[in-house]
Design a protein. Structure first.
Length: 262
């Protein structure tokens, strides 16, 4: 999560944004290539119902879920039993939960997908649909909600760059490579399925990376804003302690099982 990564992401955004914004036939041509894949039943974009590819998509979606569940479990245990030590470092919990909530959650699935009316490839007239094609920068499409710009699946896959950033240094490059491979693979699947245009998946990755980069800088790198694991742990204790004490009172002064004062 250094300046080099930021520069690369911004260059990718600028090059793709200009190329696909000025020459929309580029991404229409890519989508048309997969539109022409027809199965025995006459379905276009037939990769979207290909069982192995559907399974690959499902597996890709579960990777992020498998990572975040232990993080949320550690946070829940700390909120229920605030006198216990966190099972995962406090900054890691804040970083992972915040980036998932703000990137794939708020920015992608709430702000963009429900308010940027770009229709999906499978729905536009150029590819056999009934809705108008609009370029990536134009929110005035025909799609009412859950629209094409940007891809939620791809944003979720690229979110794995966040846990990769916390991997010990000797293994970090490998973790980054795996996260980039997952995100790129998911992007390819969604374009092949007619679910998204090329610009949708590119900007899903870029926006998610930018959220991760900024959060990492705020929490870990910038002196004026960076947090400490102990500070986060104490903050969670202060939030949870009133409820914990109320529960202890209801139990007749007995601490819930597993609660040990430090």
């Amino acid at each position: 999560m250094n300046r080099t990564g930021l520069i690369i992401a911004l260059v990718i955004a600028a090059v793709n944004g200009l190329a696909l914004g000025l020459f929309p036939d580029l991404e229409l041509s890519v989508s048309r290539h997969f539109h022409d894949v027809v199965d025995a039943g006459g379905n276009t974009f037939a990769w979207r119902i290909d069982p192995p590819l559907m399974m690959a998509r499902d597996i890709g979606l579960w990777v992020g879920t498998a990572i975040i569940i232990p993080v949320l479990a550690a946070l829940a245990i700390k909120l229920i039993l605030p006198t216990r030590k966190l099972l995962i470092p406090g900054r890691a919990i804040v970083f992972l939960v915040a980036t998932l909530a703000l990137g794939p959650g708020l920015l992608v699935n709430v702000v963009l997908k429900d308010h940027w009316g770009r229709s999906r490839p499978i729905d536009v007239t150029q590819l056999g649909g009934t809705e108008h094609y609009v370029r990536w920068w134009d929110p005035r499409g025909d799609c009412p909600n859950n629209c094409s710009f940007v891809s939620g699946d791809v944003a979720g896959a690229f979110w794995t760059l966040a846990p990769a950033a916390l991997v010990p240094a000797p293994w970090r490059a490998l973790a980054y490579g795996a996260a980039l491979a997952l995100g790129t693979g998911m992007a390819a699947l969604r374009v092949m399925a007619g679910g998204h245009f090329l610009s949708d998946v590119v900007f899903a990755g870029v926006f998610t990376f930018l959220v991760i980069w900024l959060a990492h800088a705020l929490i870990y790198r910038w002196p004026r804003t960076r947090l400490s694991d102990l500070g986060v742990e104490h903050a969670i204790e202060r939030i949870a302690m009133p409820g914990y004490r109320a529960l202890c009172s209801l139990l007749g002064g007995k601490r819930p099982r597993g609660g040990n004062e430090r």
